[in-house]
Write a protein that binds this ligand. Structure first.
Ligand code: ASP
Length: 353
């Protein structure tokens, strides 16, 4: 390389490199809580929306917004409640494992005001992947860390490695493995002892502050019993979630593979950019999902055999959610945290996910 450069060119490029390196100072996107302006000067109606398992998340996020917290800090603190809850087998600690019985977690987040993003995929041994995604956003020049590297990164920042497989999740996995194939060496478990857990799950949370600052986070243990190494939509910026501080934020739960193909988080924000209300934007994205679905995943009437939901909030604080089949979502609209009905495309529930 040096042979090809004159000394002058080398010095110039070295100087540029040094300047670039010095520009890579540690940013501080999240700010400490600060007093809110009086309501007469609010740019937005503060709200937080989440998937149906996010009632506590929207309450927490909204409380933090009202204390003047940063928009991303608020949603991360919200979803952490679910990540740390061993009884939610779709997220973080207690999440259902992959086919090998190992819990691998995915998460991503975006911070509207600083236009930054962070994500982790196939992360093992760390209970709160959303926080690790935030550290990727905050302290690195990268966006997405996976597997062993993501874990080492988390450990360097003081996270503790822990066994994420709870007794409940282990039992569900053992049942799944036993009943997988009648001809293998695992005896099928008796009738009535089938696993009861939902095969997928995730939490997405999106919020806008009174100043109109937006953020989004999605965190999951992914599809239960997935092929080891499988990464879903949740940690993919533009699929699992997306934020544009001028427009809105959106995120998704449900069959990740179907969302990835339409970049649903991004697409929903783009629909809002074109003037759609959040609920309509979510419905429009679902229509695109159906168009992009391969025949094997459609029933005889052309309806998806899986479920998928989108959640969205715009810069003014309008919000909504939509699903393929009737569903619920969580929202704090300034009065209280509540579960609300989603808009939906089809009446009949899916036969399977
Ligand atoms: N979207 C998640 C994934 O595909 C799963 C879910 O939300 O249920 O990994």
């Amino acid at each position: 390389m040096l042979d090809l450069l004159s000394r002058r060119e080398f010095l110039t490029s070295a100087a540029v490199g040094a300047a670039a390196a010095s520009a890579r100072h540690i940013p501080y996107p999240m700010r400490p809580p600060r007093a809110l302006p009086p309501p007469s000067r609010w740019a937005a109606k503060p709200v937080a929306v989440a998937s149906a398992n996010g009632l506590r998340a929207v309450q927490k996020a909204f409380d933090l917004l009202m204390q003047g917290a940063d928009t991303l800090d608020a949603v991360i603190e919200g979803v952490k409640i679910q990540e740390l809850d061993p009884n939610d087998d779709s997220v973080g600690y207690g999440g259902l494992p992959n086919a090998d019985g190992v819990v691998q977690l995915d998460a991503s987040c975006m911070h509207g005001p600083t236009k930054r993003a962070g994500a982790v995929g196939a992360l093992e041994g760390i209970k709160t992947p959303s926080e690790v995604a935030k550290l990727v956003l905050k302290y690195t020049n990268h966006i997405f860390l996976v597997g062993e590297g993501a874990k080492r990164f988390a450990l360097q920042y003081g996270f503790k490695e822990e066994d994420l497989l709870t007794e409940h999740a282990r039992e569900v996995w053992l049942h799944w493995r036993a009943n997988l194939n009648p001809n293998d060496d695992y005896l099928d478990v008796p009738e009535g002892e089938h696993m009861t857990a939902r095969p997928t799950g995730t939490i997405n949370c999106d919020a806008v502050t009174p100043q109109g600052d937006l953020s989004s986070v999605t965190t999951t243990s992914g599809l239960a019993f997935k092929i080891p190494g499988r990464v879903g939509d949740s940690p993919l910026i533009g699929a699992g979630q997306y934020t544009d501080n001028d427009i809105g934020a959106a995120g998704s739960t449900g069959r990740g593979e179907s969302n990835i193909k339409v970049c649903g988080g991004f697409l929903t924000v783009e629909h809002m950019r074109r003037g759609m209300k959040p609920t309509d934007a979510c419905l429009e994205t679902l229509k695109r999902v159906v168009k992009a679905t391969e025949t094997r995943l459609l029933d005889e009437r052309g309806r998806p055999r899986f479920s998928l939901q989108f959640y969205a909030v715009n810069k003014r604080g309008e919000f909504g959610a939509a699903s393929l089949y009737p569903g619920r979502f969580a929202a704090h609209d300034g009065t209280e945290a509540k579960l609300m009905d989603t808009a939906y495309l089809y009446e009949r529930p899916a036969a399977s996910r």
